[in-house]
Design a protein around this ligand. Structure first.
Ligand SMILES: [Cu+2]
Length: 498
């Protein structure tokens, strides 16, 4: 039944189509085919005009609607000094091409309407027209020349390196799959030398520790920069192509393995000030975490960020780093808290080329500690509190020869003997209980004697000191663990009189 009904409907539709065809044929005969064509032409011309209006309206409305999402518009003003030039170069291009876009589209559709097929008009054949050719070549050429010159001017300003004598700070961004290592120059404001051959697990960017400029360099987890300071970023990569991209500052530069690149910019808006600007826009007044509608809003949690703008592999997305722009004093406070990579990771390790030397700051700090401990011992009354252990006096393995760094702490003692003319001391060597007991006794005596000789050589009167070796007989900890044994192997001095 349904099939029959369906067939019937199809048949009826066919009949209707045929009938309409017959009617049009008839009306065409009555009015003439050309006249009919003219009616159709006019209708289509009207439709195309309507299409143009809807199209241009849609372009304008969507453009205005998303205005606040474009870089350089609404809340997205550039946060760097040069960024405004880039934005205006883009805007000039946008407006110039936008005007041409609208005019050509209006003309295109208007001409289609105006010169639609009509019996009263005949097309003219124009094989060639010099004047027209000149006009439509020269006009775009002029506009292009203006855009290119303007763009070149902006390019030269944006890509310029620092000038000699200019006040700036250089940081380094080293990319790898998948993260950035940012290196700051430290107090000396100069980045130390680095070499890719030195890169290892303990030396992420291959710093040459023999170069003293490296000693204060540090590598923080976030990028903090002072507002208004000219920053030169030295950019490089360890593996594949990456791209150093700071969208809010209009900074973008490839990180190329083996070929250092750079970018110079001056941040002009602090994170705090940028948040203030964003707070005026409704797009940023939504909750930052949709699951917590009462929580902080998007503008409150806004952070500038560093991204990698090169598709460098599967973990590409994770190359994001927070960038904070802060006032000068806040930056200084942050700097204070940063620890140099050398001092926190390399100092005293097997990679330290300066392990035989103490730096000024270390001498100062350790001297203060030594003096404090000595003052405490001088006022103490029990004999065990009158004994002080040398923390930094070391001997060559299996020998009584002092290592070079031992001179510093012994030097403190020399000064202390001068400051306290009534003080007499006993210098004592101790070992752990491993190895031959007699040999331990001998070496502990020999080591105490070496220290004694060193002090005499430095001008301490021999009569104010005596040297003694106790071998393993006076342990301060267990001899069953390596830590305990290390504590037992020691050199001490005990205040006898003062
Ligand atoms: Cu990358």
């Amino acid at each position: 039944m349904t099939v029959l009904l369906g067939l019937l409907i199809v048949l009826l539709v066919v009949v209707i189509v045929v009938q309409i065809g017959k009617v049009s044929e008839l009306s065409a005969k009555i009015r003439g085919e050309e006249e009919m064509q003219e009616v159709i032409n006019k209708k289509q011309a009207m439709w195309s005009l309507l299409f143009m209006i809807v199209f241009l309206l849609a372009v304008s409305v969507s453009g205005a609607h998303y205005n606040n999402w474009y870089l350089g518009f609404g809340p997205h003003a550039s946060a760097s000094e040069h960024g405004g030039s880039i934005d205006s170069a883009f805007k000039i291009t946008l407006y110039a091409t936008g005007i041409v876009f609208v005019i050509t589209h209006i003309l295109l559709f208007y001409f289609a309407y105006k010169y639609r097929g009509s019996r009263s008009r005949k097309a003219t054949y124009v094989p060639h027209d010099n004047k027209l050719e000149i006009v439509w070549t020269a006009a775009p050429a002029l506009v292009m020349a203006f855009l290119v010159i303007n763009g070149l001017d902006t390019w030269n300003e944006v890509m310029a390196d620092v000038k000699p004598g200019e006040d700036y700070m250089e940081i380094e961004a080293v990319a790898e799959q998948f993260g950035w290592t940012i290196r700051y120059p430290g107090e000396d404001n100069v980045l130390g030398e680095r070499n890719y051959k030195l890169i290892s697990g303990d030396n992420p960017v291959g710093q040459n520790w023999k170069d003293e400029k490296n000693l204060d360099d540090f590598m923080p987890t976030e990028i903090v920069l002072p507002v208004g300071k000219r920053i030169r970023v030295r950019i490089t990569s360890k593996d594949v192509l990456h791209n150093f991209y700071l969208p809010h500052f209009r900074v973008k530069m490839d990180a190329v393995p083996g070929m250092p690149t750079y970018f110079v910019f001056t941040p002009k808006t602090t994170t705090e000030a940028y948040r203030e600007v964003l707070s005026d826009y409704k797009e940023y007044q939504a909750p930052s975490d949709p699951a917590d509608p009462a929580g902080p809003q998007l503008w409150e949690t806004f952070e500038y960020e560093l991204a990698c703008a090169e598709l460098c592999g599967t973990g590409h997305f994770s190359m994001k780093k927070i960038v904070k722009i802060v006032p000068e004093d806040e930056y200084k406070a942050w700097l204070e808290k940063q620890q140099s990579y050398y001092y926190s990771q390399i100092r005293g390790s097997e990679y330290d080329p300066f392990s035989d030397v103490w730096f000024e700051s270390e001498i100062k700090e350790r001297r203060t500690t030594f003096k404090g401990n000595l003052a405490e011992a001088l006022t103490a009354t029990t004999p065990d509190k009158k004994t002080l252990r040398f923390e930094y006096v070391r001997f060559e393995t299996g020998s009584e020869k002092l290592t070079p760094v031992s001179q510093y702490e012994l030097g403190f003692l020399v000064d202390a003997m001068k400051d306290n003319p009534g003080m007499t001391i006993e210098l004592a060597g101790h070992t752990d209980n491993t190895g031959d007991a007699a040999a331990n006794q001998t070496i502990s005596e020999a080591r105490a004697k070496t220290v004694y000789d060193f002090l005499v050589e430095k001008g301490v009167a021999p009569g104010r000191m005596r040297a003694a070796g106790y071998g393993p007989n006076r342990p301060v900890d267990t001899n069953d663990t390596p830590e305990g044994r290390a504590k037992n192997r020691r050199t001490e001095f005990r205040i006898l009189t003062q």
